[in-house]
Design a protein around this ligand. Structure first.
Ligand code: UD2
Ligand code: MN
Length: 571
């Protein structure tokens, strides 16, 4: 799952699952909400602005942001549901369109008050009273085409569940959305609330530069970044600010609990995960809390250090954020900025922690719905290469091997390298030794390149199906690497970034298997000088079938068993 979404944290302890769709509670109509996020506008307007927005077309605003009774749908973080088959055709279309547009079920979100309450989800040892001298924050929320109710719920959850004196302002940064309701209607709605500023990027910037535009406008001494589809629990803010107040060189993240993307049920999150990343793809992951960190905690209320943060939700002192070089503005749209800021803060004298007493729900979704402007893989690669170039030292080679040293155009990183120098940062080796000793260093690559058959101009090709169980086959060599890029590793695997070659007796074919099947002997091969590729367990040789799939057979000198290993030159 590397295409633009935060992995769902493992080990979520949410409330019990809601009943299946058919048995869901009947929706309590909340006046106006349907129209607002669904089929807005399209009405000739001649009235004044106030009249225009208070009329039927926008149904603004009191009824909508009135608090609902405790048994209203979705209250207290409950899920809601829809009986799809009982909907009219028109409603079904709306439901489908909303699902597609957001990759979460906006239709269900419409049934829930934008001011629903959440329970106090923190563990009993967490404090409920806080020091008096905490600093006020500028909350920065950037968004691109966010769903109306979901964005409003994010904003209300901050206003309703933060002490007012600690919220200087909420800065909404619209990253060039093209939905009508995010223009005038949003401005009108927000003008009825206090402290909301809306700023808009002049072109699509991506979340990294959009956040930085927000920072330029921020007036509070502390910044809190949030995604545009979150809900803050009671007391979420004070623990974060307490830790920042105690030491300004800390970045503090809440527990991120899961808001179910279908029924909007809010989980409580888990205080036993840390942020990590893998060296082979430099992607953020969730990991389990290591004993060395557990041992340092005296109480469940103690914050704990984390090698990386997920990236969306955290508090940081504004001047410190700026001194430390903000973000890498050369990164686009989405991705890698979280690992970049994590390495930078640790390596340059600060620390990152997760506070178990601060909980914020976030809608995790399985794909990213928005337009990426350019092909996703090029953007992700560009951001990741920028991260590797500046912070990974020699360890960048693991990632580079995986992408066949095809770094692409990653722009200029001179300034970021100079930043690293001027902040006198530690090495990546220091980070491993001191912050993330559990990191897994992948086996060295002994060969990286194409595996082809001489004379036939055909190459082993992963065909985008390198997932577990698929048959491996061959295709015309295209010289572009990509799906024809293979590694032969120290631990005798022949692999793509995703899967490893293995032999399946049941399918009597060579297939892709999960590379982490440690004990599995059928994953190991040797590449011989005479052109044979030997399957070690059976001592048989890799053999091309007539239909371009692969098999193993008793070794001989027939051409279908002779391979050429065309290594690529790292530039
Ligand atoms: C996670 C982070 C996210 C960010 C990302 C890596 C959490 C919960 N989320 O992915 O904040 O660090 O990893 O980059 O830790 N957006 C824009 N312009 C764009 C694209 C996105 O403004 O071009 C907004 C988007 O509306 C959302 C935020 O940026 O509010 C994060 O995007 P996402 O929700 O798609 O990222 P997510 O949660 O999968
Ligand atoms: Mn998000």
């Amino acid at each position: 799952d590397q295409h633009g979404q935060a992995a769902v944290p493992p080990d979520q302890h949410g409330p019990a699952a809601v009943p299946p769709d058919q048995h869901g509670p009947a929706p309590v109509p909340i006046e106006g909400i349907d129209d607002r996020s669904g089929d807005l506008i399209k009405q000739e307007q001649t009235e004044s602005k106030e009249e225009k927005f208070d009329n039927k077309a926008y149904k603004l605003p009191q009824a909508i942001y009135a608090l609902q009774p405790p048994d209203a749908p979705g209250e207290n973080g409950q899920g809601v549901s829809t009986n799809y088959t009982a909907l009219s055709m028109e409603e079904q279309h709306k439901y489908d369109r909303m699902m597609k547009q957001n990759a979460f079920n906006e239709y269900n979100s419409l049934k829930i008050s934008v001011r629903r309450r959440l329970p106090d989800g923190a563990n009993p040892s967490c404090p409920r009273a806080f020091r008096e001298d905490l600093q006020a924050t500028s909350v920065i929320i950037c968004f691109h085409n966010e769903a109306w109710t979901v964005l409003l719920r994010t904003v209300h959850s901050v206003l309703d569940r933060s002490p007012s004196h600690l919220v200087k302002e909420i800065i909404l940064v619209d990253d060039f959305s093209d939905l009508d309701y995010l223009k005038e209607p949003l401005e009108y709605y927000m003008s009825k609330l206090e402290k909301i500023k809306i700023i808009r990027t002049p072109k699509r910037e991506g979340l990294i530069r959009a956040r930085l535009l927000g920072v330029d406008h921020a007036q509070g001494p502390v910044l809190v970044f949030l995604d545009s589809h979150v809900e803050c629990f009671p007391n979420w803010l004070e623990p974060l600010l307490t830790r920042v107040k105690e030491d300004r060189r800390r970045i503090v993240a809440p527990i991120i609990s899961m808001i179910n993307s279908h029924n909007f049920q809010v989980g409580r999150g888990s205080a036993s995960v840390i942020g990590i990343f893998t060296i082979a793809d430099l992607g953020f992951k969730w990991g389990s809390l290591p004993d060395r960190i557990k041992k340092l905690r005296k109480s469940d209320a103690d914050p704990y250090r984390t090698p990386t943060i997920a990236g969306g939700l955290f508090a940081v002192e504004k001047d410190y954020f700026i001194e430390m070089g903000k973000y890498d503005e050369g990164m686009e749209i989405w991705g890698s900025e979280n690992v970049e800021i994590s390495l930078r803060i640790w390596m340059c004298g600060g620390s990152l922690e997760i506070h178990p007493c601060s909980i914020v729900g976030h809608i995790f979704r399985s794909k990213s719905p928005y337009n990426w402007v350019r092909p996703v893989h090029l953007i992700l690669r560009k951001n990741t290469v920028r991260l590797a170039e500046v912070w990974l030292d020699d360890y960048k080679k693991y990632y580079y091997e995986r992408i066949g040293y095809q770094l692409g155009d990653f722009g200029n990183v001179t300034e970021r390298k100079e930043l690293r120098k001027s902040l006198q940062c530690q090495s990546f080796q220091w980070y491993i030794d001191n912050v993330y000793p559990e990191i897994e260093i992948p086996p060295k690559s002994l060969f990286t390149g194409e595996i082809r058959q001489p004379g036939r101009k055909r190459c082993l090709d992963a065909m985008n199906i390198h997932a577990n169980g698929n048959l491996v086959s061959m295709a015309v060599c295209h010289g572009q690497l990509g799906n024809q890029l293979w590694q032969f590793t120290e631990n005798k695997r022949i692999r793509t970034p995703i899967g490893c070659l293995s032999y399946s007796e049941r399918k009597s074919h060579v297939i892709f298997s999960n590379c982490n099947d440690r004990g599995s002997a059928s994953l190991t091969w040797s590449m011989e000088k005479d052109g044979h590729v030997v399957h070690i367990e059976t001592k048989k040789c890799l053999d091309r079938n007539m239909d371009s799939t692969l098999n193993i057979a008793n070794c001989s000198t027939i051409p279908s068993q002779i391979w050429e290993f065309k290594s690529i030159n790292p530039s």
